[in-house]
Design a protein around this ligand. Structure first.
Ligand code: DOR
Ligand code: ZN
Length: 346
């Protein structure tokens, strides 16, 4: 049996939802992680500091007593976001960051931004006060192929924002392409990227081969194997610019196994086991701690966590639970389909 000990990880991108779903999913994250950046794409979205604080209270009330966990709140940017109010909420520490969803890019993004130029004054103020910008980096024009949406966003929007505002702290979230790894790698030190476990584990065949697999459908959509390999490379090579954001995104199974299925993969339950396996297979276990526990905190200018976790290698593959229940509805738990021998010690 092999055991590794690392600084307790943080998850820099989660969807907790609200009400009964929030209560059901939250322990799956708070069991292993110390902090998370919480996405604001509720219905209706979190648009200001007051709403963020109320949501934070609901989250805190749902955290199991035994878990020590801090939610970091975000505001959903629209073309009507008031830059003074946004920065006040940041400076008063009601919120931690702002999220840019291009309108229509993903779940509950209809109130997002259609024209980036309209929010440039807001981004400029964020840059002045040091407020981080989190980006869902996909264009939504219907003439752009869904597999090219991230690359086109980088060319048409991200490059413009980075050149106009080089001091703005930007996280290009849940990157999926070789082009994104290269753009971020070569960009200045304020530009970083998060990567999900599912984009490290799977390529697009996992959605389509042998029948359609709605539980592997997420946005940005899984890409070709060459892109997955590029993600593995930057996640595991110790670069400080890449870190974990799981994008764990619960939906009821009935909403995914549907003629118009929702995008999102609920991966919180076993993501550390899966990532440890991926890093071991890439012969890079020594860089696991940077990716899941250090690089994100350092980008966000937070201290690393003071506690540690142990991850143990079993002689047999660990058995995944298949789902969690919310009333009579199931939320399916992500299973990458390969054997995973690592387990977080309680
Ligand atoms: O697959 C996704 N699901 N991608 C996102 O960007 C949003 C998320 C959700 O909220 O379900
Ligand atoms: Zn997300």
């Amino acid at each position: 049996m092999k055991e590794i000990e690392i600084i307790k990880p943080d998850d820099w991108h989660v969807h907790f939802r609200d009400d009964d779903i929030l209560k059901a999913v939250i322990p799956e994250t708070t069991r292993h992680f110390a902090r998370s950046i919480v996405m604001p794409n509720l219905t209706p979205p979190i648009l200001n500091g007051k709403q963020a604080i109320k949501y934070k209270e609901r989250i805190k009330n749902a955290i199991p007593k035994a878990h020590n966990f801090e939610p970091l709140m975000t505001i959903y940017l629209t073309e009507n976001t008031d830059k003074f109010e946004l920065c006040k909420s940041y400076q008063e520490e009601l919120v931690f960051a702002a999220k840019l969803y291009p309108a229509g890019a993903t779940t509950n993004s209809d109130s997002g931004v259609k024209d980036i130029k309209k929010i440039m004054p807001v981004l400029e103020t964020m840059s002045e006060v040091g407020m981080p910008l989190l980006i869902h980096g996909e264009v939504t024009h219907k003439e752009v192929d869904i597999f090219d949406r991230e690359k086109v966003f980088i060319d048409q929007n991200l490059d413009f924002i980075c050149k106009e505002l080089p001091e703005l702290k930007i996280t290009l979230e849940h990157i999926t392409t070789k082009e994104a790894t290269e753009y971020v790698y070569e960009g200045n030190e304020n530009l970083v990227a998060s990567i999900t476990p599912h984009h490290l584990a799977l390529n697009r065949n996992s959605i389509f081969v042998g029948g359609i697999k709605p539980h592997n459908y997420c946005l940005p959509i899984l890409k070709r194997e060459k892109h997955r390999k590029a993600l593995i490379k930057v996640a595991t090579n110790g670069s400080k610019k890449f870190f974990l954001g799981t994008d764990t995104a619960p939906h009821f199974a009935s909403d995914k196994e549907n003629c118009c299925g929702c995008a999102g993969i609920f991966n919180a339950s076993y993501c550390i086991s899966i990532l440890t396996q991926i890093f071991e297979d890439a012969k890079s276990l020594k860089n696991l701690e940077s990716f899941i526990s250090i690089n994100g905190a350092s980008h966000y200018q937070l201290p690393s966590n003071s506690t540690k976790i142990k991850i143990i290698k079993k002689d047999y593959p660990i058995k995944f639970k298949k789902f969690i229940l919310v009333g009579s509805e199931k939320i399916m738990i992500f299973n990458p389909g390969f054997k995973t021998f690592w387990e977080v010690k309680n």
